[in-house]
Each structure stands twice: as structure tokens, then as C-alpha cells.
Ligand binder design. Sequence first.
Ligand code: SAM
Length: 295
Amino acid sequence: MNYRHIYHAGNFADVLKHAVLVNVIRYFERKEAAFRVLDTHAGIGQYDLSRGEAEKTGEWRDGIGRLLDADLPEKVAPLLRSYLDCVRVLNPEIGPDGGIKSYPGSPRLARMLLRKQDRLSLMELHPADYETLHAAFDGDYQVRATHLDGWLALAGHLPPKERRGIVLVDPPFEEPGEFDRLADGLAKAHRRFATGTYLLWYPIKKGAPVAAFHQKLKELAIPKMLCAELVVRSERDTEGLAGSGLVIVNPPYTLAGELDILLPYLKTCLAQDRFARAGSFWIAGETAHEKEDGR
Ligand code: SAM
């Protein structure tokens, strides 16, 4: 296990994933009934951007850094408010240069939004990262961090006893076959908890089998699957991450409309070359509509 999220925390892919996660959690809070967030590949929870690893790549500067510097259009601002508020709360001394010291990973973001009736279950397999994660939430009765293979948790921990849940599956994609594991994992999880809202993250880069992954998802016959993609630079010329996608199973009914506003803006704000593109489409359900901006 070589992957460490500290090198990438707050980058353009985190921005898309975390902005959507926050809006989904906010939607769940419209009802009083308790819900659970299950984060199967949790990371360490919160990232110190002044550490050497984050400094070395500086990826956050072209992600959350750009967003914090931006003047958000009126229609976009409400869709990013809760997310950016969380980042600002962790950085009370945010400088005029927009420099921040700390970035919330998905566990910290979820925790900042939970109400007292809600719960958060975190899985992390890397021993050192698990220790950090566990220490970050030690003594917090609403959060349970477990040193466990997230793929096992995905099936084993479902359905949650609250019967309302958001499941984030955010693997590092450092092993071959991760796209298939993601689709197979969803199939198993959905059999146990068909009403859950799932967020599946995947990379977009040269050679990534994204079309085959979408096709495999279609064959699962899960009724509602929305997909959001944001690519910030040409996939052809770079070996690294060019963009990322999120499949949202059972999305809030508001999400497709929100993505229509959010994605074009994120594309403009986070583009690194003229091949940047962003769009959302239904993999299943809602008459397979497609919206794409700037291909
Ligand atoms: N979800 C986090 C966030 O948004 O802040 C980032 C997670 S990072 C992309 C993926 C994490 O999964 C890494 O911390 C890695 O150590 C962990 N990991 C890798 N394989 C795992 C497995 N089989 N089960 C649980 N965690 C795993």
C-alpha cells in the first residue's frame, strides 16, 4: 500500500468529490430522521498542507486554493457554501493570498456536518493512516474508525441500522482491477441496501477503462445512477490524473440540477489547459440525459 492521500489532499479531484458529498449530506439533513455515513476508504481525516508531502506536490493550490480565491457567481455560491465554510472553519487565519494550512478529508467534512442523531463509520487499511484517523476521532461517540478492508465493509456493514445512509467508496486505484472491484462492490452492497445513496469515485487518465466501467454499471440494472465528471487537462499528454468522476447511486432529486450549475463553473475555475471539460449524465434512470460543457 503505497498511496498516501496527503500528496493529493485538496486537489481538483477532492474538490469535486467533497463538494458533491457535502451537498448530498445537506440534502439528507432535510429530514429529521438519523442517517449514517460510511466511508470505506477514509484516509487520515484531515490534512496538514504545510507538511512536506503536501508542499512537494502543491496540488491543493490548483484545487481548493483556486476556489477559495475565486469570486463565486451568485448561482454557484450556495452550492459551495457549506463545503467552503468547513474549509474556512479549519483555517481561521486564512491569509489574503488564500493560503490555507489545513484541509478536511471526507471524514472531517462529514463529521463537521453531522447532527447529534447521525453517525459516521470509517474504514482505513493503511496501518499508519488508520492510527492517525483513529486518534483524530478518539472519544467521539458519533464516529467509529475501524482498521479494516473497505471492500469487506462495503457489504458487511450494510444496511446501516438507521436505514438511511450515504456510502462513499474512494479507493486509491493503485492496483489493477480497481474499476471492476468498484462495480462488483456496488452490486453486492446494493443487494443489501438498495435505498442507500452511494458515491463512487474513479480516476480519468490515459488508459483508464472508464467506458467499460460505465457499461458494467449499466448492466447491474440499478435503477438510478447519475455520473459527474470533471477533467482539468488533456488526458492524452499526461500520465497523471487528468480528471475524475463520481457515480452517484440514488442521488437526491436536486443533484442533477445542481451539477448543471456547478460543473461548468468548476471547469472554468480549475481548468489547466484548453481540453478541460465537465459534464453530468445518467448512467441509469431519468431518460439518460447528457449535459457536457466544453469538450
Ligand atoms: N476518502 C478520503 C477523502 O476524501 O478524504 C481519501 C481516501 S484516499 C483516496 C484512499 C485511502 O484508502 C487511502 O488512505 C488508503 O490508505 C486507503 N486504502 C487503500 N486500500 C484500502 C482498503 N482495501 N480498505 C480501506 N482503505 C484502503
